[in-house]
Design a protein around this ligand. Structure first.
Ligand code: PLP
Length: 424
């Protein structure tokens, strides 16, 4: 028996019409939600509130140094001891410096441009062309630094084990203008990938046409786990030394997302030759780091286990947010074929991949409905994602209820734009 529709019955609502209706409802709610940058939420910052009353009248470091005075270019030894294991850098080769690791990356580029890095035959600024390999998707501020200094960016696709090493090896070996590579080796920004041991070994031993090639090893999320199975990565400095390229890696890290973002301590670690090189440059640029802030970090964090315990408290706040994102994406987009997304084991981001040609439109529609996302394309050099498919989601800052609203709204936009594209 067939069921015939009566001529007066409303036409059945198709998926596109339903998506349009949902979007209209969303837009009518007048939301104002922000998922743009990976900032710690106020409750995460509250975990380090005690820092504000430290060092509480104390002003001497373990070796008797008066932290109120000039000097101490390497940073407080006891703070370098705490972070040595966590960043996989011997304390003697680790510097505790200012309040931002991005600033250190900036300075290293400037010093390499204007002065020779160990192993260089000339300053980078005297070369006709300087290029960096840029695993994509990647961190927009790395790309911003290259743009700022006229360094060409060569995108290299990320795999589940890190950058596509066949491509990296080929490009580094064939072109002496390729002077470096950006790496976020653990819980990478934005796709959450951690480099496999094989990737680390290949980066360390590969042949490079440039004698002064540098790996910018931005270990920003070294202790930022989201599961109870912390990922461990191989030791890049050890691997480089073993492979006969001891000066290849610059290691960066900071407490920005451990204690206070913008008021923490940043670290630089490398070979003895590179550390001596940076110290010499810093001696001209600075009268020494803020040792009072460093002392307060030592008193607050105490030791490496203190850092780990503190990060467990951070995780207790962050994990439910990442779980909520996964749950909503799964419920709303699972099985639709309109998106895939990452399930990071640490770090600060979820990468949402939508059908080619849809990312910008999704971000635009979301903004029009009051949900602000990182601009589509920001994960790629020059802001240009050739597939226009990657959207970076930063779940840390909003409260859980707001986050749920925002992610739910985002899925409405993904469905609308994806189905519109299919219908076009
Ligand atoms: N590196 C990566 C990969 C980041 O995601 C961030 C912040 O989002 C930073 C560096 C910034 O670090 P800092 O605050 O130490 O400058």
């Amino acid at each position: 028996m067939t069921t015939e529709l009566s001529p007066d019955a409303p036409a059945p609502v198709g998926p596109l019409e339903r998506a349009r209706g949902e979007y209209e409802d969303l837009a009518a709610r007048g939301l104002s939600l922000d998922l743009t940058r990976g900032k710690p939420a106020p409750e995460q910052l509250d975990l380090s509130e005690d820092l504000l009353s430290l060092p509480g009248g104390r002003h001497t470091a373990a070796d008797g140094t008066d932290v109120r005075n000039y000097g101490g270019l390497q940073g407080l030894p006891e703070l370098r001891e705490i972070f040595a294991d966590l960043l996989q850098v011997p304390a003697a080769q680790l510097l505790a410096l200012g309040n931002s690791s991005l600033e250190l990356m900036h300075d290293c580029i400037v010093h390499a441009l204007l002065g020779e890095v160990p192993g260089a035959t000339s300053r980078w600024v005297d070369q006709e062309r300087v290029a960096f390999l840029c695993p994509v998707p990647g961190y927009d501020r790395h790309f911003g630094l290259c743009e700022r200094f006229g360094i060409d960016m060569i995108p290299v696709p990320m795999t589940a084990e890190g950058p596509d090493m066949d491509e990296v090896e080929r490009l580094a070996a064939e072109d002496p203008a390729v002077k470096g590579i950006w790496c976020v080796p653990k819980y990478s920004n934005p796709d959450g990938v951690s480099y496999s041991d094989e990737t680390v070994a290949r980066l360390a031993r590969m042949e490079t046409a440039a004698p002064d090639f540098r790996i910018f090893w931005d270990n920003a999320y070294a202790v930022h786990h989201l599961t109870d199975e912390p990922v461990e990565i191989a030791d890049i400095l050890g691997a480089c030394a073993e492979a006969g390229h001891p000066d290849r890696a610059f290691v960066f890290g900071s407490t920005s997302k451990i204690t206070a973002a913008g008021a923490g301590v940043a670290f630089f670690g490398s070979s003895p030759a590179n550390v001596t090189w940076l110290l010499a440059k810093n001696a001209k640029r600075s009268i020494g780091p803020d040792k009072i802030n460093q002392l307060r970090h030592v008193m607050f964090l105490r030791d490496a286990d203190g850092v780990r315990a503190h990060m467990e408290r951070q995780r207790a706040l962050l994990q439910p947010k990442f779980e909520a994102v996964a749950r909503i994406l799964d419920a709303e987009l699972g099985g639709t074929g309109l998106a895939t997304w990452t399930a990071p084991k640490g770090g600060y981001f979820v990468t949402l991949t939508v059908p080619d040609g849809c990312a910008k439109e999704v971000v635009k529609r979301a903004a029009e409905a009051g949900i602000v996302l990182t601009p589509a394309g920001a994960t790629h050099p020059y802001g240009d994602d050739p597939r226009d498919a990657v959207i970076r989601v930063a779940p840390s800052y909003p409260g859980l209820a707001e986050l749920e609203q925002a992610i739910h709204g985002l899925t409405v936009c993904v469905r609308l734009v994806g189905l519109e594209q299919q219908a076009a």
